[in-house]
Design a protein around this ligand. Structure first.
Ligand code: ACO
Length: 318
């Protein structure tokens, strides 16, 4: 596969660390030092499906394809206002496509999983263009009284159009079941038959330090593996496009691969952790900011609830 178009969309409301100080026992200094985040975009009046459709439309325009030319839509999403249908179905209708759609929930690693599925579908099915849309509103999952988690996240949508090509040089996905490190349960409808005890839910539950350690150790393993699979070394990578969760996690990974800071683009300071939208939205920012050169080798790496992880080596040929 190869990426031929990118797009992104973010909510209009910027929530600064100072705004969080109004209702949380926190400070700009604590948040910036521990995470690198200065502000994030948070959904107020928007609907996630509109952000997702805007990102998708921009990616199709960038790729020079129309919605009728899209053969398949993969939508990565953890939560939105619809339990069913899948967000991909709603996006299909909004952009005027007629192809089949599939939703995946692989948390923050969703973009890597979607790339792998797209690669397999393009290789084995009669498809030309696949639209990947990663749309997330983690702000609606948080307990906004929990200062250790709600400060981290922001909402966004990122999209790419991929077609047949030879740019994906290596990809590795993994899952290590560690539910307790990061999860959110939801209370289902009561029935006359349920006898088990059910407790009320209170947003995302996260053990930040466990997630930090898992993120660094699994990313290092994935990166090592995909470099070996691609037959290259860390020096051969032009840019490390990493999941934007915490600047200290990015720094730990950077130390492991022993590469210059300039190879690690980031927008985490402005947008926080936007789950699976983080990498495609960053790719879009880089592409539209003329920061990607044709022929460059990119290393993408992400981790998220599950614990899911993934990395790939991708040549940028757009
Ligand atoms: N403001 C001020 N103080 C805070 C805040 C806050 N927002 N949050 C926690 N504290 C306090 C704690 O209560 C604790 O106080 P204590 O020492 O009196 O008990 C102190 O700060 C230190 O807390 P730690 O949890 O040890 O802080 P740490 O340095 O580990 O940073 C953080 C916490 C930022 C959450 C870090 O662990 C982290 O980034 N982990 C990874 C989280 C992550 O990336 N999650 C998402 C990944 S997966 C996905 O993308 C969905």
């Amino acid at each position: 596969m190869k990426i031929i178009g990118t797009g992104s969309a973010r909510p209009s409301l910027t929530v600064t660390n100072a705004m969080l100080e109004n209702f949380l026992d926190t400070s700009d200094e604590w948040i910036v030092t521990r995470t690198g985040i200065h502000e994030r975009r948070v959904i107020s009046s928007e609907n996630l499906e509109d952000l997702a459709s805007t990102a998708a439309t921009k990616a199709m325009e960038d790729a020079g394809v129309t919605s009728e030319q899209i053969d398949f839509i993969i939508c990565s999403n953890v939560v939105n206002e619809y339990v069913t249908p899948g967000l991909g179905c709603i996006i299909q209708g909004k952009i005027g496509a007629t192809c089949p759609t599939m939703d995946i929930n692989c948390a923050c690693t969703g973009f890597l999983y979607a790339l792998d599925i797209a690669e397999a579908y393009l290789a084995t099915k009669d498809m030309k263009n696949i639209l990947i849309v990663c749309a997330e509103e983690p702000s609606r999952m948080m307990n906004w009284k929990d200062r250790s988690s709600c400060i981290l996240f922001g909402d966004a949508a990122g999209a790419v159009v991929v077609t047949k090509g030879d740019d994906l040089k290596a990809i590795r996905l993994s899952t290590h079941c560690k539910v307790e490190a990061l999860y959110q349960r939801r209370r289902l409808q009561p029935t006359p038959f349920v006898t088990k005890e059910e407790t009320d839910t209170d947003g995302v539950s996260m053990n930040g330090q466990d997630v930090f350690k898992l993120a660094v150790s699994s990313s290092i393993k994935d990166i090592d593996k995909v470099l070996t699979m691609a037959g290259i070394t860390a020096d051969d990578i032009d840019l490390y496009v990493l999941h934007q969760a915490n600047v200290r996690i990015i720094e730990s990974i950077r130390h492991f691969v022993n590469q210059d800071k300039s190879k690690f683009p980031f927008n985490l300071d402005k947008y926080g952790n936007t789950s699976s939208a983080s990498i495609p939205a960053l790719l879009d920012d880089l592409s539209r900011g003329n920061q990607l050169r044709t022929g460059e080798l990119l290393l993408l790496s992400a981790f998220g609830a599950g614990f899911t992880t993934g990395a790939c080596v991708l040549r940028w040929s757009k």
